[in-house]
Design a binder for this molecule. Structure first.
Ligand code: SF4
Length: 178
């Protein structure tokens, strides 16, 4: 097992005061750098940052970050949810490490989605609820993490559920951790 011991800290990110969302961080006693290329190979939409020795990943609405001695997740509804999510991610790291002989490691860095790729998944009604003049201008800002998916209220409507899931897979939102 790669990660055997770790300390868990659950907190409300100071960058989101009053947001009532929770983040959790595991401080590790083991360097997990070697598993990052294996996670990069198996986690869809993960982005590996070799120079920073880090990997970020979007899982549902959670922003997850892997560093040499730390794993963190954000955007949970409550403290219990944040800790449960974090422990699940630790298990994922350990499972991936145990399967590494079957996985071809990937050290490439995937690119951010283009504004057009994002635009095609938006409601395209230009309703301006996001305070942008058009859906395309919203897509431009979402592509560079200056907006969040939650800034487009229509995306939470049932008819856009599939588009929202697809966007959650590809969009890299500004990390809410720390
Ligand atoms: S709130 Fe959503 S649907 Fe409305 S203009 Fe903005 S991106 Fe388009």
């Amino acid at each position: 097992m790669l990660i055997e011991k770790y300390d868990v800290e659950v907190f409300t990110p100071p960058c989101e005061p009053g947001a009532e969302r929770y983040a959790a961080r595991a401080r590790l006693t083991t360097d997990i750098s070697e598993v990052l290329p294996y996670l990069n190979a198996t986690l869809r939409s993960a982005i590996y940052h070799p120079s920073a020795n880090a990997l970020t990943w979007k899982k549902g609405g959670h922003n997850i970050a892997f560093h040499a001695y730390e794993v963190a997740t954000s955007n949970a509804e409550d403290r219990e949810g944040a800790e449960k999510e974090l422990r699940g991610i630790i298990d994922l790291v350990n499972r991936t490490w145990e399967r590494r002989a079957e996985i071809k490691p990937d050290t490439t860095t995937r690119q951010r989605p283009t504004p057009m790729a994002i635009y095609k998944l938006l409601p395209n009604t230009n309703c301006k609820q996001c305070r942008e003049a058009t859906c395309y201008s919203f897509a431009l800002k979402l592509a560079v993490s200056q907006k969040k998916l939650a800034d487009c209220p229509p995306l939470s409507e049932p008819q856009y559920a599939e588009q929202l899931t697809a966007l959650q897979e590809i969009v890299i939102e500004a990390p809410a951790i720390g």
